[in-house]
Design a binder for this molecule. Structure first.
Ligand code: APR
Length: 237
């Protein structure tokens, strides 16, 4: 009860994160010059058509991502967001499928595009399982006997969490965008739900200036540098 009242009194900070926040942990982004989509074609590994054409290739692509996830650690940016919870009600909305926000200590995390460590049934989307290790195999079945697939939102698929994400964005007292090219919708449209008077920060070394959102401060810097500084500033105010 006391915790609930405390959160009600706290200002709400909503943070939309993308691949850039995990870059300093050693996970490749998608669209930077050495990004994953330079190495693979989206239509070969990240669509439902790809899954129907070549399940082995899609499984292998996500197995590699999952294997790598076991070898990396959260960075200063993830830890800074966890620290912010001392004074703010912090809600993270992430496009990332890694678990670095969880491991960094953040408590409220909404995954828009799924989670690498999870797999789900191909006949019942509500049958979701956490994989023990990194490897999903062809022939691994759900309890209804269908092949398990990565618990990932592929291009062209619905984004079921976008509605709660939009509602949370509308409730923000402060909104941050960190490490995303803002190329992929509907995630990139969340900024439109944030009230005009709400202060907004956009941290990304390549942040584009074309967003005509009001009260937007653009910080062209790496997340691991800029986010700890911004967090210290907000905690001191
Ligand atoms: N700190 C902050 N931002 C960084 C850093 C860093 N150290 N390094 C790179 N970036 C920025 C890049 O400048 C770029 O704007 O991260 C952004 C990464 O953009 P994308 O690769 O497009 O990743 P993202 O925006 O998360 O992609 C959205 O696309 O392929 C899909 O489903 C996938 O969730 C993903 C979605």
């Amino acid at each position: 009860m006391i915790t609930f009242v405390k959160i009600m009194l706290m200002k709400k900070i909503v943070v939309l994160t993308g691949a850039g926040i995990s870059a300093e942990s050693g996970i490749k982004t998608f669209r930077d010059s050495d990004g994953l989509w330079e190495e693979y074609r989206i239509e070969d590994v990240a669509t439902y058509d790809a899954w129907q054409r070549n399940q082995e290739l899609v499984i292998e692509f996500y197995n590699q991502r999952r294997k790598q996830l076991l070898e990396v650690e959260p960075n200063a940016a993830h830890y800074a967001l966890a620290k912010l919870e001392a004074r703010f009600d912090v809600q993270i909305i992430t496009q990332n499928v890694d678990d670095l926000h969880e491991r960094g200590g953040s408590s409220k995390i909404l995954h828009l595009h799924g989670e690498l460590k999870k797999v789900r049934s191909t006949v019942d989307e509500n049958l979701i399982y956490t994989l023990k290790g990194w490897e999903l195999k062809k022939g691994d079945l759900c309890e209804k006997g269908s092949q398990l697939r990565p618990h990932i939102v592929w291009f062209g698929e619905d984004v079921p969490m976008i509605i709660p994400a939009a509602e949370l964005s509308a409730q923000a007292d402060i909104f941050m965008v960190v490490g995303t090219s803002m190329n992929v919708y509907p995630a990139a449209g969340l900024l439109n739900y944030v009230p005009a008077n709400v202060p907004k920060y956009f941290i990304d070394p390549n942040a584009k200036d074309f967003y005509n959102a009001r009260n937007l401060m653009i910080i062209k810097e790496k997340a691991g540098i800029a986010l700890p500084e911004l967090v210290e500033k907000l905690l001191a105010e």
